[in-house]
Ligand binder design. Structure first.
Ligand SMILES: O=C(CO)[C@H](O)[C@H](O)COP(=O)(O)O
Length: 156
């Protein structure tokens, strides 16, 4: 898969570790920065990476900041993106199976690299349970809310 990655200073080191893991496991990474631990503003990196996912230039996104929420906040404002903050592999499994997330957000200040790589591994391998009606229905309802409140990129 082609994965768009982004971080701020707080997520930089973990982003680099995840990037290495993804490449070692046969994935392509589009790295939108940041490139150092110098203090920066998350949206400068997560927004362009989010657009890459929304445009289909990447299959999914993995964003890393201090706690993960800022990245999800930004990504979930973009049509077509469904970002989940995951703090353990169980969250990652359900974020794919139940809510079909296409962006994973992790907090570098709260998650060690060992558990982070487990989260990424599970999230990358897990498919949505589209055959189970209750999950499919819930995803459709979220899509209906999106249609009502978010603009498609082509309409902006
Ligand atoms: O976690 C974050 C957003 O979800 C950011 O990484 C965090 O807010 C950065 O804070 P600071 O500039 O104090 O390191």
């Amino acid at each position: 898969m082609k994965i768009a990655m982004a971080s701020d200073h707080a997520g930089h080191d973990l982003k680099e570790e995840i990037k290495t893991w993804l490449k070692e496991n046969g994935h392509e990474v589009l790295d939108f920065g940041t490139d150092s631990k110098e203090s920066c503003d998350l949206s400068d990196y997560v927004y362009p990476a989010s657009l890459a996912v929304a445009r289909g230039e990447a299959d999914r996104g993995i964003f890393v900041d201090g706690v993960g929420y800022g990245s999800a906040l930004i990504a979930n404002r973009i049509y077509g993106l469904t970002a989940a903050v995951c703090q353990d592999p169980f969250c990652a499994k359900l974020a794919r199976e139940h809510t079909d997330s296409n962006v994973l957000c992790i907090g570098g200040k709260i998650i060690g690299s060992g558990i982070a790589l487990e989260i990424v591994d599970v999230w990358m391998r897990t498919e949505p349970l589209k055959g189970i009606e209750k999950y499919a229905r819930r995803v459709r309802k979220v899509e209906a809310i999106t249609e009502k409140h978010l603009k498609k990129l082509s309409e902006i």
